[in-house]
Design a protein around this ligand. Structure first.
Ligand code: ADP
Length: 396
């Protein structure tokens, strides 16, 4: 069975075609700059050379068509007819309280997703456009929606209610949702397998550290807290997002910096974080390089990031009344031995000690804890696409 996984953003469409017999990737790629100048397809078949094609991509329907043409192409394609695609799994950012697991997509589901737009105006519209484009071009292929928020629907009420009037929760659905759920679910499952223990017996903190970063407390296989909130802006400081700040800073900035209320969200999402602190870049490779050559603000940005991550580990150990393992994933978590070391330093009180030699790895599953570390410290590369494909198979 072949399953196509699609992650549709406002101007890009990422895809992977899986052969689910052996969970291998037959081809993957990205259609970029949809609706902009300089449209581009980058297509990587598993056993053939990568192809890059520049062409005008006015909308998402054309993007889906270009992706299908690439998959079917006689040179760089990997299937002969679209009927080989048994199902399509879509990544959807926000399922609000309506979806606590993945679902088969039908018109009713699409309508509910549209209702969720008011609380996810940046993320859900492109996801819906992607779903509608695939529905039009592959009308007979079943589709499944997999939500970033779904895994976190097990959070207890006291973890998701904010200190604002309860009526506003009822009226506007203002509460913590948590994000990156597919990644946290995948790596916590892999961690239990890796440790050869039932996930029901484990208390794990998963750290998904990438351009967007979030941290989850996974108790007995269920998410009980996540650092992101009503939107993916809350939590640890990120590449360009401010993370949690005193909310009083927002009206202060509006007044003192003349940033309009309409622009403030964009400002906090795109101009802050380690980019804003370092003044150098949002990319951790650049910041680590600058810090290593003595740049003080780059060093400060790394210190802030590591300190905030540490505090989440500590608070989630408190929330779960224990800690068996912490898991690093995402571009930074999988690749930066330096950041892993900074986060794990001086955490002996929590039973965390890493081994420098074991920590010297990138992008593969590994136990990097020292022999005497009570808490296991793991690196587990995330695979949200495979998780989406597995859910898709399970639901069709
Ligand atoms: P996204 O949230 O967009 O999926 P990723 O998970 O790909 O992002 O993570 C991107 C981040 O990972 C960037 O900040 C990048 O600098 C960082 N990263 C990737 N490789 C390394 C590395 N070798 N060392 C340090 N940081 C790295």
């Amino acid at each position: 069975m072949k399953v196509l996984v699609i992650n549709c953003g406002s101007s890009s469409l990422k895809y992977q075609l899986f052969n689910m017999e052996n969970q291998s990737v037959l081809a993957k790629g990205i259609v970029e700059r949809i609706g902009l100048e300089g449209g581009m397809l980058r297509h990587q078949p598993a056993d053939k050379d990568k192809v890059e094609i520049s062409e005008n991509i006015p909308n998402h329907k054309v993007a889906v068509k270009i992706m299908l043409d690439a998959l079917l192409d006689s040179n760089h394609g990997v299937i002969n007819t679209v009927s080989e695609i048994s199902a399509v799994g879509h990544r959807v950012v926000h399922g609000a309280e309506r979806f606590s697991g993945s679902v088969r997509i039908n018109d009713e589901v699409i309508n509910v997703l549209k209702e969720c737009i008011s609380i996810a105006p940046l993320h859900n519209p492109p996801n819906i456009i992607g779903i509608e484009a695939v529905k039009e071009l592959l009308p007979d292929v079943p589709m499944v929606g997999v939500f970033d928020t779904a895994f976190h629907q097990t959070m207890p009420e006291f973890a998701y209610i904010y200190g604002v009037p309860y009526d506003l929760y009822k009226k506007h659905s203002i509460r913590r949702y948590g994000f990156h759920g597919t990644s946290h679910r995948y790596v916590s499952m892999r961690a239990a397998k890796f440790l050869n223990k039932p996930i029901e017996d484990l208390k794990i903190v998963t750290l998904h550290l990438g351009n967007g970063s979030s941290i989850t407390a996974v108790k007995n296989g269920k998410s009980v807290d996540n650092s992101m909130g009503f939107t993916p802006l809350e939590g640890i400081v990120m590449g360009t997002r401010c993370g949690s700040i005193d909310p009083a800073i927002v009206p202060f900035l509006i007044e003192k910096e003349g940033i309009s209320p309409e622009k403030i969200n964009d400002y906090l999402n795109k101009k802050c974080g380690v980019l804003g602190i370092s003044g150098i870049s949002s990319d951790f490779r650049d910041i680590e390089e600058a810090a290593a050559s003595g740049n003080k603000r780059a060093k400060l940005a790394l210190d802030v990031f590591a300190y905030q991550a540490k505090k989440y580990i500590g608070s989630y150990a408190a929330a779960m009344n224990g800690l068996d393992a912490i898991v690093f994933t995402g571009g930074i978590g999988e690749n930066s031995s330096n950041m892993r070391k900074m986060i794990c330093e001086n955490m002996e009180y929590f039973g965390i000690r890493i081994d420098d030699a074991r920590n010297n790895i990138r992008g593969k599953e590994a136990d990097i804890s020292a022999e005497d570390s009570k808490t296991r410290v793991l690196v587990i590369p995330t695979n949200e696409e495979l998780m989406i494909a597995l859910d898709t198979v399970a639901l069709i």
